[in-house]
Design a protein around this ligand. Sequence first.
Ligand SMILES: NC(=O)c1ccc[n+]([C@@H]2O[C@H](COP(=O)([O-])OP(=O)(O)OC[C@H]3O[C@@H](n4cnc5c(N)ncnc54)[C@H](OP(=O)(O)O)[C@@H]3O)[C@@H](O)[C@H]2O)c1
Length: 227
Amino acid sequence: MKNIVIIGGSKGIGNAILLQQLENNMVYNISRNAPEITHANLKHFSVDVLQDALPEIEAIDTLIYCPGSINLKPIGSLTIEDFRNDFEINVIGAVKSIQKYLPVLKKGTNPSIILFSTVAAKLGMPFHASIATAKAGVEGLVKSLGAELASVVRINAIAPTITETSLSANILRNDRMKENMIERHPMKGYLKPEEVANLANFLISENAKSISGQVFEMDYGIVTFKI
Ligand SMILES: NC(=O)c1ccc[n+]([C@@H]2O[C@H](COP(=O)([O-])OP(=O)(O)OC[C@H]3O[C@@H](n4cnc5c(N)ncnc54)[C@H](OP(=O)(O)O)[C@@H]3O)[C@@H](O)[C@H]2O)c1
């Protein structure tokens, strides 16, 4: 049984990972709100990762950091505070979590870290200046720490396209917007959180022990193909 720490397992992609991992592993969830489910293998800590001290956890094999933001505005409307806030939740929260848990993680079995980027870090998309900047920071962290921790702890990121969670609810708020989003993607679709969780589950498994320092686009072709 592995010990998995999920920062942000109360909803969205983190919750999909939590639900898939609970049966066979011990999951420690850290978020402001508790997940809806209770389970013998789940321990929840009500914590704001930016404001509060992170709880002590004695054994960890996997650390998954999910908090993020979608703050889409033209550059003229984005404030410096917007850039700071996006950097804080996407990068500083991840750094704080890694620094806190790395000493314990290093003693784990096949230890690994998963972070989240976005397709907008690679594909130039209007109004994404702040989130693209912050997620480029996440990708830099993955590269640098991948090298620094090589042979001890693996670290990878998943860069999803739009995924149906509360974070993207405003962008997918009616059927017409959903159909447009499907049409924009060369492979005609967008992500469900369970699809992203499937890749996260592979990346933290023994089967992925050769993989570190990578950013995996889950893009329904939007970054990869021009048709
Ligand atoms: N959804 C998309 O379309 C999309 C696209 C590209 C990339 N991504 C990235 O994928 C990741 C996951 O996205 P998602 O859609 O699953 O997001 P989500 O539905 O908003 O879930 C985020 C999770 O993080 C927790 N969280 C947020 N702020 C926190 C804080 N200050 N302290 C502690 N926990 C906090 C939330 O729990 P509480 O609210 O209970 O604290 C929640 O469990 C993010 O990094 C996002 O940028 C998502």
